[in-house]
Design a protein. Structure first.
Length: 253
């Protein structure tokens, strides 16, 4: 029953699927959703693969990619993109710790957030469009892997606010060894879909990006927030796609 509630809490938190209509989950379970974040990535990556594959019978590749990206936005309610935009607004301004946290808590989007989203979607779309067509569906494995890498934010940084000040009124609990192992397996397995071992090297870039972001967050606000989690995933995913494209370009004669 505990596992069922944890799974339900994860799906309810990271997607818009209306499980709340069928199962009641105690608030405490939402403190433990991050170790299962890559599992939510399996759902979103699977949906993107399915949409891309289905659309490929009717539309050219660029349209299929756009439809795949839109399908994830619809499933997640743009949860991570919203956090990324707030992160861009807050960290784009050179201001105090308190003001940075205040900006991230504000639901309105500013110029840095708009520009950040435009650059992100342009780079993701162009990266995926330029990948070899046979590799494209498998490239979506970046989703669960990057969520595993991003999930380590709760192990390496303290929460930057009090729990009462949290947007979702939830502060994630640090992973226990068993939870970390589950998160690791769920995040790493999708990489096996990549057809060449050298392509797995693309996974190094999200690790480096995360290390930079975690150091920046510690220096700027002394920890992380929910928006920082979303921003870390978004930037990790972008780094993975760019690294994958670079490796394919190098390997292509």
């Amino acid at each position: 029953m505990l596992i069922l509630h944890r799974l339900a809490a994860t799906i309810m938190f990271f997607t818009k699927l209306p499980l709340w209509k069928y199962i009641e989950v105690d608030k405490t379970h939402f403190k433990h959703v991050v170790p299962l974040w890559p599992l939510a990535g399996w759902l979103t990556a699977g949906l993107m693969m399915l949409v891309y594959w289905g659309a490929s019978f009717v539309f050219p590749t660029p349209i299929c990619i756009l439809l795949a990206l839109v399908s994830r936005l619809m499933l997640t309610g743009a949860l991570h993109e919203d956090g990324y935009a707030d992160f861009c607004d807050a960290f784009g301004c050179f201001t105090s710790r308190e003001r940075t946290l205040e900006i991230m808590k504000d639901s309105h989007i500013g110029s840095y957030g708009v520009i950040g989203l435009i650059i992100y979607f342009l780079l993701v779309f162009m990266s995926l469009t330029l990948l070899p067509s046979q590799l494209l569906p498998m490239a979506f494995c970046a989703d669960p892997f990057c969520k595993f890498v991003s999930a380590n934010i709760i192990n390496l940084l303290p929460y930057a606010r009090d729990e009462k000040q949290a947007k979702n009124k939830v502060v994630y609990s640090r992973m226990k060894p068993t939870e970390f192992f589950v998160c690791l397996v769920l995040g790493m397995l999708p990489l096996l879909l990549l057809p060449h071992y050298s392509l797995i090297l693309a996974g190094v870039m999200p690790v480096l990006v995360s290390a930079f972001l975690f150091l920046w967050m510690r220096k700027r606000i002394g920890g992380y927030t929910g928006d920082c989690c979303g921003a870390t995933f978004i930037l990790n995913e972008l780094a993975f796609y760019l690294a994958l494209l670079a490796i394919c370009h190098i390997l292509t004669p």
